[in-house]
Design a protein around this ligand. Structure first.
Ligand code: NAI
Length: 472
């Protein structure tokens, strides 16, 4: 079996944590019970690009139990949990010297060329086989296939242009060296299921431009994904990342959260819960008003950056914290990003600042010292800090997200004719079903509508209960 992970001897520890996680992931366990016998994913070859964590291991093994074959990479250079990756490669029945599990290409601390090599590996199946599905987080595997086909049709991979990011240059280099047949590859893919806000944004852009090659299910906008993982997940894992990275007392400090969407709401709540004085920045008047009515000061970053002790970006936008902002921060202000890509904080601009010096405190924690002597502490080199400095979201919330992923994979794989090329969300009854699967574990008792009440509300007794426009 092909694979590349850090150390297979970590598999036993990984397996113990996976077993604990299974107990906390009732939605995924229910998928195994419901579909384990009928195996709706038999014949599916899934190329997965999503943080290779303990929780993702439970997702991967659920997909296998439903009949799929899987190859996996992480969607971030720092997010892999090496013990989880090892356990997935070794599998339940294998040993480190005789691995029997899944080909995984992921380790914590990949370089960018290694990262894109790993992405290529999940699309490179044994001779005569092609992947039939992509499971993506942030859209990098989807991007790789689209760019590969675009350049193979053009007859050559272009050179990077001035203004292109360093990462784009690496993608171009990887594609130039690739021997993949992108026409056959793209034609074999029935669809992609996308995990996160930023990846979904890319899909809608491709659909708008007529460039999308295959259908996509937007998993992010299932209510049981974005209103839970993005919010409650980040509420847990933001401060976990800050604590593990710095162990600084959060109470009493001034913390700025840039962006008050689902992720920003969770971040602001957790920082306030620790007693921080939270300031929010927003571009959207609705979210700005929400932040104000939730009790936060809303300001522009330029006005408050000099007073902040902790600055977190959660926007999915670029250039939110600039090198100039960092130059005017307090000594040892903590700067971190929890959005998907590393362009929220201008790391290139920081590096290019005359006289600035980088001091590595420990992996994924750097102090950048300016010529005037003040330093800023940057987490995970500007990449998402909750997965770089900690272990991401806990199992229970990821069970909601990943149950949506499994349902979306089954839907697209088993009903390809129902989904012409386009971007779709799962129907509301499945969203409600995902929530239902997580109630017992929390001891939640749901009220059942009477027939009379249901007809008064105009909804079926068994749901769905809300119109599509309802915002939760
Ligand atoms: P969202 O769209 O709900 O929220 C983003 C908010 O940022 C919006 O309200 C928007 O108006 C605001 N914004 C945009 N540009 C801004 C700027 N320049 N300054 C201030 N505010 C600005 O998106 P969501 O779901 O909150 O996701 C945010 C990012 O986090 C995305 O990149 C997403 O992929 C990522 N994400 C990361 C997770 C993690 O575990 N680290 C989990 C889930 C999502």
């Amino acid at each position: 079996m092909e694979y590349r992970v850090a150390d297979l001897s970590l598999a036993e520890f990984g397996r113990k944590e996976i077993t604990l996680a299974e107990h906390e992931m009732p939605g995924l366990m229910a998928m195994r019970q419901r579909y384990g016998a009928t195996k709706p994913l038999a014949g599916a070859r899934i190329a997965g690009s999503l943080h290779m964590t303990v929780q993702t291991a439970v997702l991967i093994e659920t997909l296998i139990e439903l009949g799929a074959q899987v190859r996996w990479a992480s969607c971030n250079i720092f997010s892999t949990q090496d013990h989880a990756a090892a356990a997935v490669v070794v599998g339940r029945d294998g040993t480190p010297s005789d691995p029997q599990g899944v080909p995984v290409f992921a380790w914590k601390g990949e370089s960018l060329p290694e990262y894109w090599w790993c992405t290529e590996q999940i699309l490179t199946w044994p001779t005569g086989q092609q992947p039939t599905m992509i499971l993506d987080d942030g859209g990098d595997a989807t991007l790789f296939v689209h760019k590969g086909l675009e350049f193979s049709r053009a007859g050559q991979v272009p050179s990077a242009q001035p203004g292109d990011s360093a990462e784009y240059g690496v993608i171009l280099d990887t594609l130039r060296a690739s021997t993949l047949d992108f026409a056959t590859l793209a034609a074999s893919i029935r669809g992609v299921t996308e995990e996160t806000t930023t990846g979904v944004h890319r899909l809608y852009e491709m659909e708008r431009d007529g460039a999308l090659l295959f259908p996509a299910i937007n998993v992010n906008d299932s209510v049981t994904k974005s209103k839970f993982d993005n919010k409650y997940g980040c509420r847990h894992s933001l401060i976990d990342g800050i604590n593990r990275a710095t162990d600084v007392l959060i109470g009493g400090k001034v913390a700025v959260v840039c962006g008050y969407g689902d992720v920003g709401k969770g971040c602001a709540e957790s920082l306030a819960g620790q007693g921080a004085r939270v300031i929010v920045t927003e571009i959207d008047p609705i979210c700005a008003l929400q932040a104000a009515m939730d009790g936060y000061q809303v300001a522009v970053l330029d006005d408050v950056v000099g007073n902040a002790d902790i600055i977190v970006t959660a926007t999915g936008c670029r250039d939110v914290v600039t090198a100039a902002h960092m130059a005017s921060m307090k000594h040892n202000a903590i700067v971190g990003n929890i959005g998907h890509f590393d362009n929220e904080i201008d790391m290139a601009g920081l590096e290019a600042t005359a006289g600035v010096e980088r001091h590595r405190i420990k992996p994924q924690v750097d102090q950048w010292v300016f010529p005037d002597g003040h330093g800023v502490i940057v987490l995970s080199e500007g990449r998402l800090l909750n997965l770089g400095n900690a272990t991401g979201h806990p199992s229970f919330v990821m069970s909601n997200s990943f149950t949506n992923q499994v349902l979306a994979q089954v839907e697209l794989f088993t009903q390809p004719d129902a989904y012409p090329v386009g971007v779709y969300t799962l129907p509301k009854h499945l969203d409600e079903e995902v929530a239902r699967l997580h109630l017992d574990a929390l001891g939640v008792r749901l009220t059942t509508l009477s027939e009379r009440q249901a007809s008064y509300l105009g909804v079926p007794v068994e749901g769905p209960y809300k119109a599509d426009a309802y915002r939760y």
